[in-house]
Design a protein around this ligand. Structure first.
Ligand SMILES: [Zn+2]
Ligand SMILES: [Zn+2]
Length: 131
């Protein structure tokens, strides 16, 4: 059974956001639902996901209901997760570990992951030079 968008209540459909990558997306607001463990699907590696998650902090309770829990008949309000340095707030369900990404948040997460990779590479270069 398909989930409903936590924002506009439209049905989420599996959508090929790029060749070979299918995610549950709302056609009205273009938001994306990532179930537990699916963050890796928009990352290039598990390592990216680990580094990204390390910099997330739990913010206040959000306002959006979790679409997966709502379907199971358990109303859950998602929490806001903030990414340290960036202006990024994503919604997270602490019960089913799903993530709701607004339209601009999916590319923003990918950009952050890329920046973390670059930062690490530069750090490695710098430490080589000081040896
Ligand atoms: Zn929507
Ligand atoms: Zn949930």
């Amino acid at each position: 059974m398909a989930l409903n968008c936590p924002k506009c209540k439209s049905q989420l459909n599996e959508f090929e956001i790029e060749p070979g990558l299918y995610l549950d997306r709302c056609e009205d607001c273009k938001g994306t639902w990532l179930g537990k463990g699916e963050l890796v699907m928009i990352a290039t590696s598990r390592d990216d996901v680990r580094k990204f998650q390390k910099e997330l902090v739990v913010g206040k309770a959000g306002t959006l209901p979790c679409p997966a829990c709502a379907q199971d008949g358990k109303a859950q309000t998602m929490l806001e997760l903030k990414h340290g340095a960036e202006e990024l707030t994503i919604d997270y369900c602490k019960t089913c570990f799903g993530l709701w990404l607004d339209k601009s948040e999916l590319p923003a997460i990918r950009t952050i992951m890329k920046q973390l990779r670059v930062k690490e590479k530069l750090g490695r270069l710098r430490s080589l030079r000081t040896v």
